[in-house]
Design a protein around this ligand. Structure first.
Ligand code: NAG
Ligand code: NAG
Ligand code: NAG
Ligand code: ZN
Length: 310
């Protein structure tokens, strides 16, 4: 089965494609207009259980996409009823993003939900990867228990012990200007792990493949135009990492643009086996604002060291 090749998230991506409302299939071309794929959420300001506001079905699709809900009933999934299931999904979202879990679409929730983010879901099949779990860290000789926030994919897929040197290549659709920032991101992971990375030529085989896409691109989650979802990547050992070509990309911090290197650092984390962290300063936090740059954080390093027993 082809699905076996792509760890679990492909399955969810496929579900999403089947359930996606038509709004998500809409293509937009960068026009300098500052609209974002998540802007529809702003219209839902103040909504709470019992409301039947136009656009609530889009919020349901958004929360379904990132794993927060799944309606057994197709009618409920596509109507504008703010029901119990939606309220409970919003509360879970609020807990994950450190907002008071009121179940109401308050300002803070709207601000978080409209922030551009990675396409990898926060919850899969009911497993909330952003909830802290107690891990048994060995900190010095004290052996204290520390609550950590990094997470792994289901079944903890990782590169085998023999595979510490990984090659990567750029598909021909990647702009040349993106290549140095991506190389710097690999360098940063190399300095903090046992991995070494080297670039392969475009026509050679490689462990990792970086591409640039807009909208639908085959068997996985479609991109959504400017803003919204910025990039996504697969768990080991799939190796694919895709940028959304509809974004305004930049080298370093530029207003209204997203930093190639920061997003590459995040997506490489997925390629190595990390999922999202609820630590806002961590590179594996799901969201990033335009103009923001970030580096690896101790939570990211602790995660990769734990996964590979470093
Ligand atoms: C939600 O419903 C309340 C009544 O329960 C109403 O007053 C309010 O205007 C509605 N809000 C929206 C955003 O539709
Ligand atoms: C699905 O939900 C709708 C609206 O709440 C309801 O009328 C319908 O009976 C439900 N269908 C099933 C199979 O539960
Ligand atoms: C989700 O969970 C069910 C039952 O726990 C399992 O049968 C199914 O394979 C899981 N799906 C994925 C995509 O992990
Ligand atoms: Zn991500």
């Amino acid at each position: 089965m082809a699905f076996k090749i792509f760890p679990l998230i492909s399955f969810l991506f496929l579900i999403f494609i089947l359930l996606a409302p038509s709004g998500h299939a809409k293509r937009s071309i960068p026009s300098g207009k500052k609209t974002s794929a998540f802007d529809f959420i702003k219209k839902l300001k103040g909504c709470h259980k019992g409301n039947t506001t136009k656009g609530i079905h889009e919020l349901k699709a958004y929360l379904e996409k990132f794993g927060y809900l799944r309606y057994p009933n197709k009618t409920q999934a596509t109507d504008d009823d703010f029901d119990d299931i939606l309220e409970s999904a919003i509360k879970t979202y609020q807990e994950n993003y450190h907002i008071k879990p009121s179940g109401v679409m308050d300002d803070e929730t709207i601000s978080k939900m409209t922030t551009p983010r990675c396409g990898v879901p926060d919850i899969v099949n009911g497993t909330n990867y952003m909830q802290p779990r107690n891990r048994n860290h060995k900190s010095g000789s004290s052996g204290v228990h520390v609550v950590s926030h990094y997470s792994f994919f289901e079944g903890e897929p990782k590169w085998p012990p023999s595979k510490t040197h990984l090659t990567y290549r750029f598909l021909p659709n990647v702009p040349a200007v993106a290549m140095d920032p991506v190389a710097r991101a690999f360098q940063k992971w190399q300095s903090s792990t046992h991995f070494t990375f080297a670039r392969a030529q475009t026509d050679q085989n490689s462990d990792l493949v970086i591409g640039f896409y807009r909208g639908d691109h085959g068997d996985i989650d479609p991109f959504d135009g400017p803003g919204g979802t910025l990039a996504h990547a697969f768990a080991p050992t799939n190796g694919r990492f895709h940028y959304d070509a509809d974004e305004q990309w930049s080298i370093g911090s530029v207003a209204d643009a997203f930093d190639y290197e920061t997003v590459a650092l995040h997506e490489i984390g997925h390629l190595l086996g990390l999922r999202h962290s609820s630590v806002e300063a961590a590179i594996m936090y799901s969201e990033i604002s335009a103009g923001q740059t970030k580096n690896l954080h101790e939570d990211d390093i602790a995660g990769i060291r734990d996964l590979y027993n470093l």
